[in-house]
Each structure stands twice: as structure tokens, then as C-alpha cells.
Design a protein. Structure first.
Lengths: 105, 105
């Protein structure tokens, strides 16, 4: 048994968002995402087959949904995004690393 | 669509550990646990039918496994506990709230 740290091994250079699977099972994927000012392209809507529960561990971000609602997320904020609810990353803080935990199920 | 904060609504008085289901689906339960110096009773081993992935968001804790291994967890540390791997909470910091995120699957 061994613990790892979710804030470890964040690269100094981060040209694009970093996605890293922490755990994969039949029904669940747990992923770390690191953003540094990255956002989805204007037409870069996520339309996912699975539900996603996402928590901002560090940093600040905005999610946009297809009805143009924008939700601001600070550290500790979490939201459940049902499958096929179209969304995009509207903004992440360019001054900080934004570290997300995403649970896909 | 609405975000909630994982550090909100922690009671001033916490006589026992606090367990709160944040999300429940067919395959997955996501739970917040708050400890304030609490630990499992000496014979209080968890022997769970499901896998558990647990992350310490704030505070400090120790888990003990049935081979007597003790794992220290600081903020950001996570560990995967397979189903039926017996474990108990050996210690949590009495000076701080320890906030855990647990994903059962």
C-alpha cells in the first residue's frame, strides 16, 4: 500500500492541458487535470457518454454550458456534469496551476 | 447547474466523524468525511465490499492496514484501498479538520 500526492509531478512547461489517469476500473475513471490558463477552443464542446463529477483542488476556472451559463469554480468547488451535458472550459487562471480531480462514471 | 464547495458547512461541534454523500449513482458513491482527531476504535476495521479511492483534501491522517502497515497522509495524498483490504483510521490531527474525499466503486 502506498500513497501518492495529487500535486506532485506537475511539469514546469505545460503547453497544453495535462490529463493523467489515476485510477481505472470497469465503471470508474479517476483523472487529474492540470490547466495553466488553458481553455477549450470556441467550438471545443465536451459531449461525453459518461457522467463526470469534477472538483477544483487548486486554482480557478470557469465552465460554460451549452445554454451559455458560466459557472465559476474556486478551490474546493465541485459540480456534477451529467452525461451529454455539453460543456467547455471557458477560462482558467493564467497565473496559477488549476488542478482538477475528475471522476467519470 | 450549480457548484458546491467541499469545505463548506463543517459543523463547529463534531462529536464523531462526519460522513456526507455528495453523489450516489448505481456504481459509484462519492463521499466527504470530516475528522477532528477521531480514529477508528481499536477493533474498528473496515472490511468493505467495494473498492475505495481516498484523497486527503485538508489536514493529516494515518491509515493502518491489517498487516500493521501505517500510511501517513497529508493534504493532497491519495490511496487506493481494494475491496476487503482491512483498514482503520489510526490517527487524525486533533488540531485541524481533516477533510477526506472518498470514492467507493
Amino acid at each position: 500500500m502506498k500513497a501518492d500526492n495529487i500535486f506532485s509531478a506537475i511539469p514546469v512547461n505545460l503547453d497544453s492541458e495535462m490529463f493523467e489517469v489515476l485510477l481505472q476500473s470497469d465503471n470508474v475513471t479517476i483523472e487529474r487535470i492540470v490547466s495553466r490558463g488553458h481553455q477549450s477552443p470556441d467550438n471545443g464542446w465536451y459531449d461525453q457518454d459518461r457522467n463526470e463529477w469534477v472538483l477544483v483542488l487548486r486554482g480557478r476556472a470557469e465552465l460554460m454550458f451549452d445554454d451559455q451559463t458560466v459557472i465559476s469554480l474556486d478551490a474546493g468547488d465541485y459540480i456534477h456534469i451529467p452525461s451529454h451535458k455539453k460543456h467547455r472550459v471557458n477560462w482558467t487562471d493564467p497565473e496559477l496551476d488549476t488542478v482538477w480531480l475528475a471522476v467519470h462514471f
